[in-house]
Design a protein around this ligand. Structure first.
Ligand SMILES: NC(=O)c1ccc[n+]([C@@H]2O[C@H](COP(=O)([O-])OP(=O)(O)OC[C@H]3O[C@@H](n4cnc5c(N)ncnc54)[C@H](O)[C@@H]3O)[C@@H](O)[C@H]2O)c1
Length: 439
């Protein structure tokens, strides 16, 4: 395919040379004449293992060229990949100046360049916040304003390469993600990246945009987590590197999809207790572990946001489906659902709770004491069937995927449903007539 790559920095150079090495006809565009001249001479403007050879061979083979003139690059190109920088603005948000400039260069070039026979796909490869493609990119190429012969589809395909092994990562990315609403662009990008031999995740634009931030945030969190473990254990003479070595062998819970699905707060008899203990160890040792400490803060924000949402609704009759901290256990210690119930009661709401397992007559020991300390009159609140709990409920908070509760909810008629863990799946659709939310 004929490809124009805007921006010849780390991402653009690797992308341009990588695509050219796989038989695509690529022209790189940069506003920096030095970078353009280097590529034209067959030299890489960035330092990356393997890139020099890739650029040299691609230029020598006539499959890679560079220019400062967007029109030359755009001439009959099927795809434009925008790889310009998106640095932080002084306020911390993403500075889209270079993106806007590249888009306007592209759009201006369309006035004079010969269009391709089919659609031209404008694809953002830079990291941009969710909504950018819809609100910044697409309007530049609104069909009614395009010059004769041009038809443009927009897309987002984030780049996941790491500097230092950029070429290697380019040819073996963790995943290939294409976000677009345009079927022809989807097809074009499937063809463009076919050489990778990887399944393509087709998603909407905002998902593709968001994914890159989620990845980078997670990488940063991982580094910080490991470093905080190092700091907190050092005063105990513990080799945290050895701890983390074994830690990473756990592919069931630690290095696994487990616990990575957005939903509601964590709780139970272990996590909060042991996080508090870790924070206290750190405090006694005079070290700071702000990230681990902030997990409890973040948890509390979730609980508060649910309570605030219900209070803001103005409804009084609330049904809580699920009380224990997770399904299939009656353990109520530090259950965030119990916390929510307690705050509802404290705010004077009329609360009914259904939990298929929690039966106050069977609870003993710490569990019972915990329940009584939180909900003194729990027997009056607990319903024996979900129907009973749902009867007359204006708000339903779904905190469990117990099938009986979800089935009974279908027949109920609440005004607001808060689906804490996305349990309702397809049934979320039936919330539309209500002012329902799900998260
Ligand atoms: N560097 C990485 O490891 C990496 C990895 C994945 C994604 N990203 C993202 O990719 C994007 C590019 O990152 P980078 O590190 O390659 O940036 P970079 O700063 O190395 O390169 C950006 C290039 O864009 C050029 N440019 C600016 N305006 C232009 C315009 N109007 N037309 C043509 N070229 C123009 C600049 O001259 C520069 O050469 C960023 O959004 C970044 O967040 C970077």
């Amino acid at each position: 395919m004929k490809v124009a790559v805007f921006g010849l920095g780390y991402v653009g150079t690797v992308t341009a040379a990588g695509l050219a090495s796989r038989g695509h006809e690529v022209v790189g565009v940069d506003v920096d004449t030095l970078k353009v001249d280097m590529v034209r001479r067959g030299q890489s403007p960035v330092v990356e293992p393997g890139i020099d050879l890739l650029v040299r061979d691609a230029v020598a083979g006539g499959r890679l060229d560079a220019t400062t003139d967007a029109r030359l690059a755009l001439e009959r190109a099927d795809v434009s990949l925008v790889c310009v920088g998106t640095p932080s603005s002084p306020r911390g948000d993403t500075d889209l100046t270079y993106i806007k400039r590249a888009l306007s260069d592209l759009r201006d070039a369309m006035e004079v360049a010969e269009p391709p026979s089919g659609v031209h796909s404008v694809v953002i490869r830079s990291t941009v916040p969710p909504g950018t493609c819809a609100t910044v990119v697409a309007p530049v190429f609104a069909a009614q304003d395009l010059p004769q012969g041009w038809s443009v589809g927009t897309a987002m395909t984030p780049e996941f390469l790491r500097e230092g092994c950029g070429v290697e990562d380019f040819f073996a990315p963790p995943f290939v993600v294409v976000g677009t609403q345009d079927a022809r662009t989807r097809e074009a990008l499937t063809e463009l990246f076919a050489f990778l031999g990887q399944e393509i995740h087709h998603v909407d634009l905002a998902t593709a945009e968001a994914l890159k931030y989620a990845c980078n945030a997670f990488h940063a969190v991982k580094v910080t987590f490991a470093n905080e473990m190092g700091r907190v254990f050092a005063p105990f003479g513990v080799d945290a590197r050895r701890v983390m070595e074994i830690f990473t062998e756990d592919r069931k819970l630690n290095i696994a999809p487990t616990y990575l699905r957005p939903g509601f707060a964590f709780g139970g008899s272990c996590l909060p207790k042991d996080l508090r203990a870790l924070q206290t160890m750190a405090r006694y040792a005079g070290v700071e572990i702000p990230m681990v400490g902030s997990a409890m803060v973040s948890n509390e924000i979730l609980v508060r946001s649910v309570v605030d949402r219900v209070l803001q609704s103005g409804y009084q009759r609330v049904c809580l489906l699920g009380l224990s901290f997770k399904m299939d256990t009656d353990d109520l210690r530090e259950s965030p659902n119990l916390e929510v119930a307690e705050r509802f009661v404290g705010k004077g709401l009329d609360v009914r709770i259904y939990d298929p397992i929690v039966n106050p007559d069977r609870l003993v020991g710490a569990n019972l004491r915990h329940l009584q300390s939180k909900l003194a009159h729990v027997n009056r609140l607990l319903a024996t069937t979900p129907q009973e709990a749902l009867d007359g409920a204006e708000v339903v908070v779904v905190a469990s995927s117990d099938p009986a509760g979800l089935e009974a909810l279908k027949a109920a008629d609440p005004r607001l449903v808060i689906d804490l863990n996305g349990r309702l799946g397809i049934d979320v659709e039936r919330l539309e007539p209500y002012q329902g939310v799900s998260w």
